[in-house]
Design a binder for this molecule. Structure first.
Ligand code: ADP
Ligand code: 5GP
Length: 194
């Protein structure tokens, strides 16, 4: 990292799509003003409610490729077929430079990659759905993805669940209010705030 003097910590959230990680991360960002979200870059199409620069930096495949060549990413992955996601070095440095603790929402491989780079300064949290069936239900209920994309996400979820025990913490998201409280406790303990 290029911001060696910053003391901020790193919270890495990962889960199969639909497990509830975005919901949990939004809650934590509202609860703890010292946290800031690392906005990733992606080539996936923007969902109607999403804002460029807030949810993601939406890039064309050409723009994304150029950033890879420039070494602009801390990590990047082809998470779904022909769909790329990456953590921008500039984003992480900017937030650590502001004295923030940085929150990541990345896929399982990206999460383990970031954890390796930050070591004890980072906490990796796997958000576990109660079951694959419930995950599929949540994805359908969310109504943001086409049928083919839902099927791809559910198929991938089975593989991603196999990575759970490589994380520092597993947070089961069954009842939402309970999961939010547990998430608050985990973060409070790690960043040392009351
Ligand atoms: P992810 O970021 O992991 O893809 P989201 O946070 O978008 O997941 O959640 C997927 C859907 O499930 C959303 O519609 C969200 O409101 C809903 N959801 C999240 N947590 C729960 C829960 N504990 N019980 C029921 N629905 C949930
Ligand atoms: P979605 O398309 O549902 O927003 O995200 C799909 C997946 O991509 C999620 O698992 C999400 O965590 C992951 N993702 C988002 N940003 C990044 C990133 O910068 N790097 C990696 N490796 N994965 C990411």
């Amino acid at each position: 990292m290029t911001t060696p003097n910053a003391h901020g910590k790193v919270l890495i959230f990962s889960s199969p799509s639909g497990a509830g990680k975005t919901t949990i991360v939004h809650h934590l960002l509202k609860t703890f003003p010292s946290l800031a979200f690392s906005v990733s870059a992606t080539t996936r199409p923007r969902r109607p409610h999403e804002v460029d620069g807030k949810d993601y930096y939406f890039l064309t495949p050409e723009e994304f490729r150029k950033k890879i060549e420039e070494g602009a990413f801390v990590e990047w992955e082809e998470v779904y077929k022909d769909t790329y996601y990456g953590t921008l070095r500039s984003e992480v440095d900017r937030l650590l430079g502001q004295g923030k603790h940085v929150v990541f929402d990345v896929d399982v491989k990206g999460a383990l990659n970031i954890k390796k780079q930050f070591g004890d300064r980072a906490l990796s949290i796997f958000v576990m759905p109660p079951s694959i069936e419930e995950l599929e239900k949540r994805l359908r209920h969310r109504s943001t993805d086409p049928e083919e994309s839902i099927r791809e996400r559910v198929a991938k979820a089975r593989i991603e669940m196999g990575y759970a025990d490589k994380f520092d913490v597993i947070l089961v998201n069954d009842q939402l209010d309970k999961a939010l409280k547990e998430a608050e406790e985990i973060v409070r303990k790690f960043i040392g705030e009351r």
